[in-house]
Unconditional design. Structure first.
Length: 230
């Protein structure tokens, strides 16, 4: 009985170790998979129905769930698995990924001058090998193009924002000048009135002085005329 119990305990330990090994291996595989290829992360081929994708995801998520393993990389692997699952259930995102994968396949066929009847195209090893590598290259190129476009858009938005900021500052400056002009209106009016008073007073004195001068000149002319007649 003791030997049987010991054997049972040993078998249980081996089973636990085997499960932990399977978990560690799956976590390692997910982390090594190209993260832009959701099919590679889930380890499935394109074209799989959504119902089957859900089944595969549930099985793998239970295997590597962080609460069921002590592997420190489990949370990261679980997060990548969940994102890959969500992407493949989104019709638009899945269609974009499928297009990239189809492009990679077409490039290989063209380079190797194969026909669509080429037996290699139907092998699992073709998908896990050359096809995935070419898909990786296509996805990287698309990601770089997307980032360049996003950068260009951000730069354009930055220029537009600077333009708007400059217009705002210009409006603020004009409003400030307008308020300053209005605030000093009474002061300007008062200064102008003072100036007019001074200008009017100076003009009267000048006119009076000129009138006296003219009278003297007339008198001299009159005397000179009388002297000639006499």
């Amino acid at each position: 009985m003791a030997d049987a119990a010991e054997d049972k305990a040993i078998l249980a330990d081996l089973e636990r170790e085997s499960k932990e090994f399977d978990k560690d291996a799956e976590i390692d595989r997910i982390l090594k998979a190209f993260r832009l290829n959701a099919y590679a992360i889930l380890n499935i081929q394109p074209g799989l129905p959504s119902t089957d994708i859900i089944k595969v995801y549930r099985k793998k998520s239970l295997l590597i769930h962080p609460d069921k393993t002590t592997n420190p990389s489990a949370p990261d692997a679980f997060d990548r698995l969940a994102k890959a699952h969500q992407l493949l259930l989104d019709e638009k995102q899945r269609a974009q990924l499928d297009e990239a994968i189809a492009d990679a396949r077409r490039l290989i066929i063209r380079e190797k001058k194969w026909t669509l009847d080429e037996p290699t195209l139907r092998l699992d090893s073709f998908w896990t090998g050359e096809w995935q590598e070419r898909t990786k290259a296509v996805l990287i190129e698309e990601e770089l193009r997307r980032r360049r476009q996003a950068k260009a858009q951000m730069q354009e938005e930055g220029r537009e924002q600077r333009r708007l900021d400059e217009e705002m500052e210009e409006r603020k400056r004009k409003e400030k000048e307008k308020r300053k002009w209005e605030d000093t209106r009474e002061e300007r009016i008062g200064s102008w009135r003072d100036f007019q008073k001074k200008a009017t007073g100076g003009k009267s004195e000048t006119v009076g002085a000129s009138g006296g001068g003219d009278g003297g000149t007339g008198e001299k002319k009159k005397k000179k005329k009388l002297k000639v007649l006499g």
